[in-house]
Design a protein. Structure first.
Length: 310
């Protein structure tokens, strides 16, 4: 454990880059497949242990990711890097299997309203749909990551009880998830609530199997991530340049920016294996492809510094 003040923090953190999926899924204008592929390859080069590449969901629901099979066929698969994809049902699993995917992510909401809006079914139905997918993944040697959405608030129902999240996370582990990522889909969480959530979920799922997935809508993502580090969480999802949101959570902005997370962890002396320069260049690449400035404050500061030095 690295010491910071009197609090012991994890020495190493594993970062899952979700920009190509969670980030791009929220873009209205269709991003060319070539750009997605180049972005994924650049992120793998930056040192991420996992780059969530796309989703095998209904193209009617998320048109941006309709090219999932093409993306998977064209990326360079760097040894040691996982390229998980989102899968909601057996149809998605079959697509992922045909695309030689090595890891899938199953997502379940913590509230009934969000479950209906996001996947057109109840929480119980989505867990029922998940069971055969877990079994098929196991039979095909694929790892399964679980996600719980709306863990710190729902756009339709407001507050969410930590015990509800705990029970869904525990069910995902029972089904075979090697890890459960706790998603603050709309970014309304704050540090105290985050700590209470992690401590509550850890009653049923070991903290080593938990990941934090914080959207930054209210500017709290990095603080919530720090509160999770203090609670012993050592895996976090982040999105290059702070891309993204969820199309079924209106107004939700991107995940915590990868550049901001790496800067924080570097400052704390926590190893996350990412090369900031390669990451920053990947961020510049996608930001210019989308014709916008990166949402990451760290990326903007480093880009300005690098421009001034030239
Ligand atoms: P449905 O309309 O109820 O599905 O959607 P259905 O089974 O009735 O099928 C309807 C049509 O979709 C059929 O086609 C199916 O073949 C097709 P048709 O006969 O009409 O031509 N279909 C599919 N096509 C491709 N791939 C599939 C698939 N499944 C059915 N897998 C469904 C139900 C779950 C499919 C839909 O609601 C869906 O795709 N939802 C995904 C929504 C989504 O991707 N949301 C964003 C990701 S979650 C998120 O961002 C949160 C997270 O980041 C964590 C956090 O922040 O908290 C993970
Ligand atoms: Mg998300």
């Amino acid at each position: 454990m690295a010491m910071h003040s009197e609090i012991a923090l994890p020495r190493k953190v594993r970062l899952v880059e979700v920009g190509p999926r969670d980030g791009l899924q929220n873009e209205k204008a269709i991003v060319p497949t070539d750009v997605k592929v180049a972005l994924i390859d650049k992120l793998a080069d930056a040192g991420f242990a996992a780059v969530e590449a796309t989703s095998f969901v209904s193209p009617k629901w998320v048109p941006q990711l309709a090219d999932a099979a093409d993306v998977m066929a064209r990326i360079t698969r760097t040894p040691g890097v996982a390229y998980p994809v989102l899968v909601p049902n057996m149809k998605g699993f079959e697509g992922a299997l045909a695309a030689r995917v090595d890891e899938i992510a199953m997502f379940v909401a913590a509230t009934e309203s969000f479950s209906q809006r996001n996947t057109n079914c109840s929480i119980a139905e989505s867990l029922e749909r998940a069971a055969p997918v877990f079994a098929a993944a196991r039979a095909n040697g694929m790892r399964v990551r679980g996600y719980v959405s709306c863990v710190l608030g729902c756009p339709y129902e407001g507050d969410v009880a930590p015990a509800t999240v705990r029970d869904i996370a525990a069910r995902l582990v029972e089904l075979g998830a090697y890890e459960v990522s706790l998603g603050d889909t709309i970014g309304t969480g704050t540090a105290g609530k985050t700590r209470l959530l992690i401590d509550t979920v850890a009653q049923a799922v070991p903290v080593a199997m938990l990941a934090g997935h914080f959207h930054d809508t209210y500017g709290q993502a990095l603080t919530n991530l720090y509160a999770s580090l203090e609670a012993g969480v050592a895996t976090f999802d982040c999105s290059v340049s702070g891309l993204g949101g969820c199309p079924y959570a209106r107004g939700a902005t991107g995940n915590v920016a990868s550049e901001d997370v790496v800067y924080l962890l570097d400052g704390l002396g926590i190893d996350c294996g990412i090369d900031m320069t390669t990451l920053r260049i990947a961020g510049q690449y996608i930001s210019s492809a989308l014709s916008r400035e990166p949402a990451s404050r760290v990326a903007r500061a480093l880009n300005a510094k690098s421009a001034a030095a030239q």
